[in-house]
Design a protein around this ligand. Structure first.
Ligand SMILES: Cc1cc2nc3c(=O)[nH]c(=O)nc-3n(C[C@H](O)[C@H](O)[C@H](O)COP(=O)(O)OP(=O)(O)OC[C@H]3O[C@@H](n4cnc5c(N)ncnc54)[C@H](O)[C@@H]3O)c2cc1C
Length: 471
């Protein structure tokens, strides 16, 4: 069945000579792939997007309806295409999202993530509308369960039993649901006081205004949860824990044009660390460290491909947590909310790991906490929210596990996702690219060193989509 974005049946059937592109996952990555594939293609194009969510373009990050969840990138850096400078900001003004003093400061406008999701959906709809004579898009609200090579093409078997044949398949299924970080005692998983998925709709609805909350994780998801609780009138004590107690940093000056790597890129994790320290020490203090990190991010795909596998693993094990808090920063409004909550004593951040959760006799949750120094202790909270971020072990996704088991795909050198080449072609068990099979988005970050932020994903897709359509 042929449907448009809102599920209406489309009038014209797909052309038989059309290139058949199947996209598994219709979050930000899948939608942006459509947005770039349409203008990059010259002939008829028949796109099938498999995505259980009702709207394309939102995925995990932009499905939130909570307006205190902001995108951490100023709107003038959110354009999907390089040649459309200011398009996202202009759309936000045209739709009345901006101006909004609550979103803006001197570094730019940090809009609710929901608004950015609406923008992606609008751009996709507009892109399809202007190419409706040669491009069809079918949104199948289901999940892919199998992907197999069949007679020079690909066949996808869906959960609802359809079989879809495609010339190209793009794996865009993004973030895996967080794994449980510790032992859960009887009844904990069923308790309304235990929030395993903070991104689910109304996830925090069961948390009362004066209750004590343990937040497991101190990264961007913790920031979402604390600002949501704050906006909902929560005034009880919040304890946020992680092994290192690192909080995402605030923004500074935006510059990504420094030559931080030079002629001799580092070949070890230690050399990489030394390089960053050297550049931060040498930079004009008026600029701060931010331009070093952002410029290094631009150089990362080249630098990463030159590191031996053992050194890449060392980077992931030793440096990644520090890189992430400097690279994935928080919007100024969120930073202000966290600072205020800490100053008022409502939020405390501790270095500890949670090793178990049990239901106490009073129905509260008893957490077994192992501090970075000192003895394991048990403490009671009215609610516990898991904010450990997306699952790192991608093989927990059954589709990834199946692709690896039959040798169609392989894991990258650091085990963060699927191995792909610079053109995003999936590499099989022998390390060769599989014709017609591509992967985009966060699950390829182990191959590129970085592929999580929306601007990075959009830029990569824009520069590689031509190869996908041509080969
Ligand atoms: C909470 C959060 C906040 C973020 N905030 C920012 C930010 O402020 N700024 C920034 O630059 N970046 C941010 N990011 C990162 C970024 O934008 C994401 O990396 C990006 O949205 C990735 O989108 P995606 O489509 O690849 O993955 P996802 O959003 O995970 O979407 C994947 C989609 O695939 C579908 N799917 C999964 N498996 C299957 C299957 N087998 N068959 C069919 N469909 C399937 C899912 O339903 C889902 O909708 C954030 C990420 C998260 C998670």
């Amino acid at each position: 069945m042929s449907r448009n974005l809102r599920g209406h049946v489309l009038a014209t059937p797909p052309t038989s000579s059309a290139l058949r592109l199947a996209i598994i996952g219709g979050g930000f990555t899948g939608a942006v792939l459509c947005i770039h594939a349409v203008p990059a293609s010259t002939g008829p194009l028949d796109i099938t997007v498999l995505e259980p969510r009702a709207e394309l373009g939102r995925g995990v990050a932009y499905s939130t309806r909570d307006h205190s969840h902001r995108i951490n990138v100023p709107s003038d850096r959110l354009d999907i295409a390089a040649g459309e400078s200011g398009a996202a900001t202009a759309w936000l003004y045209a739709r009345g999202v901006l101006p909004d003093p609550a979103c803006e400061d001197e570094t730019g406008a940090y809009v609710p993530r929901a608004a950015y999701g609406s923008y992606i959906g609008a751009v996709l709809a507009q892109t399809l509308a202007t190419s409706s004579d040669r491009v069809r898009l079918h949104h199948l609200r289901t999940t892919a369960q199998e992907v197999q090579a069949v007679d020079g093409a690909w066949m996808i078997v869906t959960r609802s039993g359809e079989r879809i044949t495609a010339d190209r398949v793009a794996l865009c299924f993004g973030h895996a649901t967080p794994a449980r970080p510790c032992r859960l005692g009887p009844g904990v998983a069923e308790s309304r006081r235990f929030v395993a998925d903070p991104w689910a709709a109304h996830a925090l609805a069961g948390i009362g205004p004066d209750t004590s909350v343990l937040v497991v994780g101190t990264g961007l998801t913790m920031a979402d949860v604390v600002t949501s609780l704050d906006a909902g009138g929560h005034r009880g004590p919040i304890t946020a824990i992680s092994r290192r107690g690192l909080l995402p940093k605030a923004h500074g000056i935006f510059r990504m044009d420094l030559d931080v790597v030079g002629a001799q890129p580092p070949r070890t994790a230690l050399d990489l660390l030394r390089l960053v320290r050297r550049e931060v020490a040498a930079i004009d203090p008026a600029l701060g460290w931010h331009p070093v990190v952002d410029s290094l991010r631009v150089a990362l795909p080249d630098l990463w491909s030159g590191l031996p596998a053992a050194e890449k693993r060392r980077v992931v094990q030793r440096l990644l947590p520090f890189w992430e808090v400097h690279r994935f920063r928080i919007a100024p409004q969120i930073e202000a909310a966290l600072t205020r909550a800490r100053a008022e004593g409502r939020l405390t951040v501790e270095r500890a790991a949670v090793t178990g959760l049990d239901l106490g006799p009073d129905g509260r949750l008893e957490a077994e906490l192992r501090p970075s120094r000192g003895e394991t202790e048990r403490r009671r909270f009215d609610a516990v929210v898991l904010c450990t971020g997306p699952e790192r072990d991608v093989t927990r996704n059954p589709l990834v596990a199946a692709l690896i088991a039959d040798g169609t795909a392989s894991l990258d050198a650091v085990g963060l996702g699927l191995a792909v080449d610079r053109l995003s072609r999936v590499l099989d068990a022998t390390g060769r690219p599989r014709p017609g099979l591509y992967a985009f988005g966060p699950m390829t970050r182990g191959s590129f060193g970085e592929m999580t932020g929306a601007p990075d994903i959009a830029h990569h897709i824009e520069t590689t989509v031509g190869g996908l359509l041509a080969n």
